[in-house]
Design a protein around this ligand. Structure first.
Ligand code: GLU
Length: 372
């Protein structure tokens, strides 16, 4: 099948650790330069590009071996503190060759929890792009500890591309995309197109992870699926191949997996909520009448009269999960009450909605094993 030429105004590119580092963790500057070259071509065409790059921890490993008495978390933080500077200074030098100023943005999971902080980040990146500055994003690994970390930078790149209203997200690793069996199995074939609405390749995706990176193909696919459902085209491709991004966009005969975007784009607040399920501070159980109303397809707010039980401690404005009478999560939303008031008023008529329709997302956000 002939690949088609694609037209995007704004894209995010995620580069994995295994693409830009050598086996000892040191930066593969030649490979980074190829990626920088590719990005400079797109920038020249007027496209906004946001780069999400891993590699800090690995780059630190080639510089220092933390002492044996330093615990694992602190060791990783030290490696990132050294490696992130190396990573950024190398990028700044390489982008400088093309007269592109590159700026750094380090995020933690917490940065996405609070909507005000989220909008601050969004405004900062928008201003960077307006001024021709290329944002290079990574997790702030020096202050992230396990429970509060992104699953990996694939998750971070998904959040960034949704936040910045990108048209497409390119996830680059050292494989060509998603195969119909483990890529090392003889006869395994690359799947070039996946429509998440009709295809589910999860069963044939192996979850082997690279030495330094945190993510595997399975997390890549689950992020890709979620992002595509928000109307963003996702491409999983091999960053070890020269000019892979311009190749895909230019319709050249290069290998990749494209995850088709849903035609419908989510609005700002709903998009933020859609990625906020892990930040829920509490939960409410609702009765069957309220469940039917919420799932009817009509724009319906969740009223106190439909709430049968309130769990957890939350403030007005915090995110809570909505559970049906069997405890299945059917959605999340931003509460208009704190938990004490909600407990007092649950079941009452004629009060303002517990969650307004505009601040609620339903279905397909359910996380297994979530505490709320
Ligand atoms: N933020 C980590 C780093 O720069 C990478 C996380 C990941 O592997 O996705 O080393």
């Amino acid at each position: 099948m002939k690949n088609k030429v694609r037209n995007f105004n704004r894209i995010a590119i995620k580069v994995g650790t295994n693409v830009i580092t050598q086996s000892d963790g040191s930066l593969n500057v030649g490979r980074m330069l190829r990626i920088v070259e590719d990005i400079s071509v797109l920038q020249k065409r007027g496209m906004d590009v946001i780069l999400v790059s891993s590699g800090a921890v690995a780059a630190g490993k080639s510089e220092i071996v933390p002492s044996r008495k330093t615990n694992i978390v602190a060791s990783k933080q030290i490696l990132a503190s050294i490696g992130q500077v190396k990573l950024m200074s190398t990028y700044q030098f390489l982008f400088g060759k093309y007269n592109i100023p590159a700026g750094q943005l380090l995020a933690t999971k917490e940065s996405f929890r609070d909507r005000r902080h989220y909008l601050n980040m969004k405004n900062c990146m928008t201003a960077m792009l307006e001024n021709g500055v290329l944002p290079i994003v990574n997790e702030n690994d020096t202050v992230s500890v396990n429970e509060l970390m992104f699953t990996d930078n694939d998750e971070l790149s998904g959040l960034i591309s949704a936040m910045m209203d990108c048209d497409a997200l390119f996830i680059l690793s050292n494989v060509d995309g998603i195969y119909n069996a483990s890529p090392s199995t003889p006869g395994a074939e690359l799947i070039s197109e996946i429509d998440p609405l009709s295809d589910d390749p999860s069963a044939c995706i192996s979850n082997v992870k690279s030495e330094f990176g945190r993510g595997g193909m399975l997390t890549k696919y689950s992020i890709a699926r979620k992002i595509a459902s928000e109307g963003i085209e996702v491409f999983i491709a091999n960053g070890m191949r020269d000019n892979i991004i311009t190749g895909i966009i230019g319709g050249r005969d290069v290998p990749f997996t494209h995850i088709t975007a849903s035609p419908e784009r989510k609005n700002g607040v709903k998009k933020w909520l859609y990625h906020s399920d892990t930040f829920a501070k509490g939960a409410v159980y609702i009765n069957d009448g309220a469940k039917d109303a919420l799932l009817s397809g009509r724009a319906t707010s969740l009223l106190l009269i439909g709430i049968t039980r309130v769990e957890g401690y939350f403030k007005n404005g915090d995110i809570v999960r909505i559970l049906d009478s069997n405890g299945n999560c059917i959605g999340i939303g931003k509460s208009q009450y704190d938990s004490d008031k909600a407990k007092l008023k649950a079941g009452e008529k004629n009060s303002k909605p517990f969650i307004h329709y505009d601040y609620m997302v339903l279905n397909d956000i359910v996380k297994e094993n979530a505490s709320y």
